[in-house]
Each structure stands twice: as C-alpha cells, then as structure tokens.
Design a protein around this ligand. Structure first.
Ligand SMILES: *[C@@H]1O[C@H](CO)[C@@H](O)[C@H](O)[C@H]1NC(C)=O
Ligand SMILES: CC(=O)N[C@H]1CO[C@H](CO)[C@@H](O)[C@@H]1O
Ligand SMILES: CC(=O)N[C@H]1CO[C@H](CO)[C@@H](O)[C@@H]1O
Ligand SMILES: [Mn+2]
Length: 615
C-alpha cells in the first residue's frame, strides 16, 4: 500500500515538472516567433530573409540598362549582368517581341532554374527540429506553411502534370486575350507573388492581357506599399495591376470589381494561392474560341499546405458534384463522359470557384454573379446552374493543369460562415429550384425556410429574360446522379425499423465506391436519412443504391453508385418487410446495423415503415 502511494507521489511531481517545462518551452518559442515576425513583417514582403533563393537578383532596380533591353536572352546572359537589370520595358513591348528581356531576372532566366534547389520543380520541403516547430506554429496561424513558402524560389518550375498526349495537341494561333483576376485578402506575400510569377512564366505572353490583383481590404501591412513597389519594379509595366477595395466586400464583390476593370476578351478568376502548370491557358481558350458560351475549367492539382509540394495524379481527373445539402464534392467521371483519348474535353456538372475561364461578354450576358450574395459560398453552384439552364455549357479541359493550395480560405465571415452560406444558398435555390427540390434542401436546413434572403426580383427578371430551363432539366441532363427523393417512387422519406427508433442512414456518404448501409436514431433529415423505393424497385438515397455483395444470409447491405454500380431490386409493403428480389432475403437489423436474413414474418426487426407511401 505504502509503496503504491509513494510511486503515485513521484509520478505526480514528475508530471508537474514536465508540464512546467513544456509551458516554458512553449512560451519561449512563441516569443521567439513573435519577435522574429515583428522584425520581418512590415519591413518587407518577405518574412524569412535568410533564404537567397527567394530574393536573389530581385533587389537591384535603379540602374537603367536601356542598352540591354532588346538584346536577345542569349546575348544578355552572356553579358553576365543578369542581376543588375531593372524593369525597363512596358508590357506591350515585352509582348510584341518574345525575345525581349523584361528586366526581371526571375522571369528572364526562367527555365534555367537549378532543379536541386529546395522546392524546385514542385518538390516539397521537409523541415526538422526547431524549423519544424516554427513552421508548425505558423501553419496553425495561417493554415499554410508560410515558412516553407518563403524558402522556395518564387519562380520555381513545376513538374509537367499533364497526360502525355497534351504535349502535342495543336492550339489555334489566334486565341483570345485574357485577363486574370485575383482577389486576395491577407494572403501570405510569397504565396501571392508565386501565383503571379507562375502565370507570367508559363503563359504565352501574347495571350496575357493583364493580371488584376484585387485587395479586398487586407490588413497585412506588407500587402500595401511594399506590394505596390514590388510589382512596379519587378514586372513589365502595365502587366500586373492592383485595385484596392477601401473596405472588405467579400470575394464575390472583389471578383466583380476586378471584372469591371479588366479589358481582356476572356476573364479567368483565380484564388491567390495557385501555381499554373505548363501551357495551362491555351486549352481553356481553345474551348471558348470553339464555342463562346462555354465555361472552361482546368484540372486542379494539389499544392500541399504543409510542404508546398506540387502533387498531381497522372491518370485521374476530378469531376465535381453536389448533394441536397448543397455540399460540393469531388467525384469520378462516368465512362460515357470520357472521350476517345484522355485529352478529350469532358462535360462538367458544377464548377469550383477558382480557375475557370469565361468569355467576358458572355459573363456579362449571363448576369455575372448574384451581387446580393455575401463573402463567398454557394456562388459557384448558382453560377453553374445558371450557365447550364440558360444556354451555356461547362467543360473540363484535361490538358489545363493548375496547382492550388488546398487550404482553408484566408477569408472570414462576418456573422459566421454558416449564416452567410445559408443566406447565399437561399438566394440560389429560390431563384433556380422547383418546389420539390427546395423541399429537399429546406428539410436539411429548417431555419432557411423563413430566412430573409433579400430582394431577388432582379435575378428573377434575369431568369425570365434569358428564358432559362427549369431545374429538373439540370437534374435529368447534367447531374442525373442526384435523385429527387419523391419522384417516381412508391415510398419515400426515412425508413424506420418498427422494432427500435432507428432509421436507415447514409452517414452523409457522397462517393461512388461501396460503403456500408447504416442505421441510426431517427431524425428524419433527408440528406442523411432520406430513402426511396422507386417505381423501378430500387431502394436508394439521393446518390446511392442499396445493394448486396454476397448473396447469403448474414450479408451486410452496401450503398453504391446507382448509375455505374449494380442495380438490385427490392419489394416492400407498408409497415412490412423489405425483400431483396434476387435472393428472397429480408432487410433485418441487429446491433451492428442492417443485415440480410432469411425472411421471418414473426421478426419485428424485419419490419420497416417509410414516412410516405405513394399509391
Ligand atoms: C521534375 O520532376 C519530375 C517528376 O516529378 C521529373 O520527371 C522531371 O524530370 C523533373 N525535372 C527536372 C528538371 O528535374
Ligand atoms: C483602378 C480602377 O480602375 N478602378 C475602377 C474599377 O472599376 C470601378 C467600377 O467600375 C471604378 O469605380 C474604379 O475606379
Ligand atoms: C420512368 C418514369 O416514370 N419517369 C417519370 C418520373 O417522373 C417525371 C416527373 O414526375 C415524369 O416526367 C417521368 O416520366
Ligand atoms: Mn483556394
């Protein structure tokens, strides 16, 4: 007994000591980081000065070397003065003659990068020891490894992420000019600048009209005068423009302001944390040149937020979808959507907010954005529905790759993200959806039914003017994967087990591969507990069908994609068994969840009741 107490006592002291030590260490690191930040931030765009890779050759504007302008790249490199040239030419001069140097060594020497440098060619950074600790703390503050970003070259190359066939696709010579609009709010400077460098370095210069940065009321001081100065002295005159929104108006408004100040034939909206891949622009422009009512999307690659590694998949392309909660998710293309070659254009469903190209006049004709929406959220769904329903189309150009840092947006939401999202969703669904679709959305967000979403009359007039199709056309033709739970059914709602208060549940599963079917306490929210028995005898949710993989008693039923997956059929009478037709087994329920069993008329665990039966 005494020995036991003694050990406990010793442990307690040890823990106390350890805890103290940890607190001390934490405070010390915190102080060190803070003081370092104070020294760095505000003085310059770059937090981390010990890295030459970032700033090398960028700090010597002032001496006008006019004589060198107009020299060929080879002559100039041979002269050895690469690092002394200020930006001395205008963007139109630069554009007119691809041989001209712009005066920025980062741009002019692009392609001769040393692939062994940290972060080059899209490689990631692995930090250890104190650097790792520093970076971890910064990641929790900025949602991205700003420390790593500051250590890798601004003009780094990225690996060619395209399908091999993309190399030889011929693009028309006379493609439209393009304005790239990049709203930013407190974006980390080196991440923002790398976005710009990647565009300048990897976009054919005759196609690039301008890059418009829209500062949506950033608070970071180095994004003000320092950024102006940097842009002035490092890019050909007139290429990169900065618009300042006096106070924050949100991503949607910032994009619109950029659009109003743009002059290119085509506009592309970007996030402020991206790196374009090789020849990323031509495939998008070729789609629009072919059909001006096309909205063209590139393939988003992934820049890891912790290491800044540029990652991509060689033989996988992402398609996007949404469910009745309006959750946006990544999914696969159906076989019938993949062309005869991997490089062939694929039809899209909905769009990501960043990195799509649209003809500027078409964007205007289509009513740009709903500028009654706040901050961001839902505007990408609204725009995709509108484009499809009002005469446009949405495509994926497989050969256009664009890296995107998958971080949470450096945007905050006045009044909370959920409130803003629901406000925007309500505006979108009230304009575009039919009553049975709205019902499914409102079932999941009951508070939205009575939410005041402002004046919609202008958007309704737009819909009228453009003679847009009804939403069911979109569901039937563009996104047939999403099932309208009350349509063509004999029973629907939640399926409750009569033995317990448990209902069939999809655990919010969105994807195509097989997933267990679950049962949970009934809450009757259709987005997770919405099940239908269709007239063609499918037992299904909004995105999946219930199927069984093993045809014997004891099998656990699964949820799987209804279009590309198997289509098991089921029979059911109100308040009675749900019978799998092919095997004659009944859907039963045990402690672990739904299970297939030999039918037994006496087993109450085999009795199910849907909310609604349709005669
Ligand atoms: C860049 O990386 C890719 C693989 O990710 C490799 O195939 C390519 O050769 C590298 N390029 C250079 C210049 O090192
Ligand atoms: C810098 C700039 O040109 N800003 C203009 C952008 O567009 C708005 C609205 O059209 C104008 O008010 C700004 O002056
Ligand atoms: C196969 C089938 O019955 N389809 C019908 C589903 O419901 C819509 C609208 O309620 C009908 O137009 C279809 O004919
Ligand atoms: Mn983003």
């Amino acid at each position: 007994m005494g020995r036991w107490n003694n050990i406990r006592m010793r442990c307690a002291f040890r823990y106390l000591f350890c805890a103290l030590l940890m607190i001390l260490t934490f405070v010390t690191i915190q102080l060190a980081v803070l003081s370092e930040k104070r020294n760095g931030i505000g003085k310059n765009l770059f937090f981390n000065f010990d890295n030459k890779a970032v700033t090398e050759g960028t700090s010597s504007p002032g001496k006008v070397l006019a004589a060198v302008v107009g020299a060929s790249v080879q002559q100039y490199k041979a002269s050895g003065k690469l690092k002394q040239l200020p930006v001395a030419i205008t963007w139109s001069e630069y554009r007119a003659n691809p041989q001209l140097l712009c005066g920025n060594p980062l741009i002019d020497t692009y392609g001769t990068n040393d692939p062994s440098k940290m972060g080059e060619n899209g490689s990631g950074i692995i930090l250890v020891g104190s650097e790792k600790e520093k970076a971890t703390m910064l990641i929790s503050e900025y949602n991205v490894n700003v420390y790593a970003s500051d250590r890798i070259p601004l003009n780094r190359m990225v690996p060619d992420a395209r399908f091999p066939g993309c190399n030889v696709v011929p693009y028309p010579k006379d493609l439209p000019s393009t304005s790239i609009i990049i709203p930013f709010y407190d974006e980390w400077p080196s991440i923002l600048l790398r976005t710009i460098y990647s565009i300048v370095n990897r976009t054919p210069r005759q196609l690039l009209q301008e890059i418009i940065l829209v500062d949506d009321g950033s608070k970071m001081p180095q994004l003000k005068d320092d950024l102006d100065k940097y842009v002035d002295t490092h890019f050909p005159k007139g290429l990169v423009k900065i618009i300042r929104v006096p106070e924050r108006r949100g991503l949607i408004q910032a994009r619109l302001m950029g659009f109003e100040n743009s002059t290119g034939d085509v506009i592309i909206f970007f996030d402020s944390h991206m790196e374009v891949n090789i020849d990323w622009l031509q495939p998008l422009l070729a789609e629009i040149k072919h059909d001006r009512k096309t909205v063209a999307m590139g393939t988003l690659d992934y820049i890891q937020l912790d290491s800044m590694e540029y990652k991509y998949y060689h033989d996988y392309m992402t398609r996007y979808g949404f469910d009745w909660r309006l959750v946006f998710f990544e999914t696969f293309f159906r076989n019938d959507q993949i062309g005869s070659t991997p490089e062939a254009t694929r039809v899209g469903t909905v769009m990501v907010g960043a990195a799509y190209a649209i003809d500027r006049n078409f964007f205007k004709e289509m009513g740009t954005y709903d500028n009654g929406m706040k901050v961001w959220g839902g505007e990408n769904l609204e725009m995709a529905w509108r484009i499809w329903l009002c005469g446009g189309r949405l495509v994926h150009a497989p050969c256009s790759h664009i890296g995107h840092v998958a971080r949470s947006q450096p945007y905050d939401f006045p009044g909370g993200r959920q409130a803003v999202e629901q406000y925007n969703y309500k505006r979108a669904i009230e304009v575009w959806m039919e009553p049975e679709h709205k019902e499914l959305v409102y079932n999941y967000f009951p508070g939205m039914r009575t939410l005041d979403a402002g004046d919609l009359s202008e958007r309704m007039r737009l819909k009228e003017k453009l003679q847009c199709k009804p939403f069911s056309w979109f569901i039937n033709h563009v996104w047939p994967e999403l099932f309208v739970l009350q349509q063509n059914v004999t029973a629907w709602g939640s399926a409750r087990n009569l033995h317990t208060n448990r209902c069939l549940d999809n655990h919010q599963y969105l994807f195509q591969a097989a997933e267990p079917l679950y049962a949970e306490t009934c809450h009757y929210q259709l987005a997770t507990q919405g099940f239908s028995l269709t007239k063609d005898k499918l037992l299904r949710t909004s995105l999946q069908c219930v199927v069984i993989k093993s045809m014997t008693a004891g099998a656990r039923p699964k949820l799987e994609d209804c279009i590309i997956g198997p289509r098991d059929t089921w029979t059911h009478r109100q308040g009675s068994q749900i019978v799998h037709e092919a095997t004659g087994l009944c859907l039963d329920l045990d402690n672990e969840g739904p299970i297939m069993m030999i039918c037994d008329d006496q087993a109450i665990t085999q009795m199910w009741q849907f909310n609604t039966y349709v005669v």
